[in-house]
Design a protein around this ligand. Structure first.
Ligand SMILES: [Zn+2]
Ligand SMILES: [Zn+2]
Length: 330
């Protein structure tokens, strides 16, 4: 259902209309990608060229049933495709599709944010721009006017009717129990996962970027219980993504650190448009400087040139030694 190539219209159409009217593309995107292990799998595909189950198993240390669950979800979503390792073989490589390759700037922004805002940032893959040799995070620019863009130069419209239902996080957790697998030990995504990691947090951070501040407003936009919402808002405050300017009121706003996730979100929103081209998304980002809807691109801080998978590469950094607590259980 995430595929960009439309299914045959005639027989599928009536059923699809009913099914897709409830889809919130960004919530569905967070549902799929706002997951520690999923991001780790994609990261290893981009950085190490991983295409095989055993390679990901070795790189992530995730339990094989959980890994296989995520690879299946990514394949169903059209992010990966299976290709036989040799003719007649029942072993498969998992290759990134075009939609899969389009997650590259999301990961680049996540790692860039971590480098600038978190202690573990030094262990994230290093972005190297080949034309000029610059190393380090890229900036976001407008694909139409090419001016660099931050949250301040944009206006994010929110569809007030859109309901953000996030389901698979809860489903996966209840199925797997509280232990979320060894992927929790993957240092690559620890801090950013506070903002994206359980999907609800991602939806809340997205709504906050669109200007939502009041508890009641978050509550009406999200199909979420007040208890869960209070819990997630509290966790986002602890993670210094949100803050409460006034302790007596129930208002929350993004910190500078939270606002710096703008790049991650504009690329998530962009990806949701590619994945669900027929369905209007809940958030629309307009670049105020030129007045156009923002089509984000990455720009090199060294030479101002475009940064993409062709002109740039990600160099792996050796992770720090794992703590005793993080030693995989056997
Ligand atoms: Zn522009
Ligand atoms: Zn450059």
């Amino acid at each position: 259902m995430y595929r960009t190539d439309a299914a045959p219209k005639d027989d599928a159409a009536p059923k699809d209309t009913g099914a897709t009217s409830a889809v919130n593309p960004l919530a569905a995107t967070l549902d799929l990608l706002g997951d520690r292990l999923t991001l780790a799998l994609l990261g290893h595909a981009f950085v190490s060229g991983a295409t095989r189950f055993n390679r990901w198993l070795e790189l992530t240390g995730a339990p094989s049933s959980v890994l296989s669950d995520r690879l299946n979800a990514l394949t169903e979503a059209g992010v990966l495709e299976r290709s036989p390792q040799s003719e007649g073989s029942d072993r498969h490589d998992y290759l990134l599709t075009e939609l899969g390759r389009a997650t590259w700037p999301i990961l680049v922004c996540i790692w860039g944010w971590q480098r600038e805002w978190t202690a573990e940032g030094a262990w994230q893959p290093d972005l190297v721009h080949d034309p000029c040799g610059h190393r380090g995070p890229a900036i976001v620019r407008c694909g139409t006017c090419h001016a660099p863009v931050t949250a301040h130069e944009t206006d994010i419209d929110m569809d007030a009717e859109a309901v953000w239902t996030v389901t698979s996080g809860a489903r996966r957790r209840s199925k797997r129990g509280p232990a979320r697998g060894a992927a929790d030990e993957d240092i690559q995504f620890n801090a950013v996962m506070e903002a994206l990691g359980d999907r609800w947090s991602g939806a809340i951070t997205g709504l906050a970027l669109a200007g939502t501040r009041r508890f009641a407003r978050f509550r009406s936009a999200l199909d979420i219980s007040p208890t869960t919402l209070t819990d997630r808002l509290g966790r986002l405050c602890e993670a210094r993504i949100l803050e409460r300017p006034d302790d007596s009121g129930r208002e929350y706003r993004l910190t500078h650190r939270g606002r710096a996730l703008f790049g991650v979100f504009v690329f998530l929103i962009r990806w949701s448009v590619l994945a669900f081209p027929q369905i209007p998304g809940p958030l629309r980002v307009r670049h105020l400087t030129c007045g156009n809807l923002l089509i984000p691109e990455l720009q090199c801080r060294g030479c101002d040139g475009p940064v993409d998978p062709v002109s740039a590469r990600l160099e792996p950094i050796a992770p720090p030694p794992r703590s005793v607590a993080a030693t995989p259980r056997s």
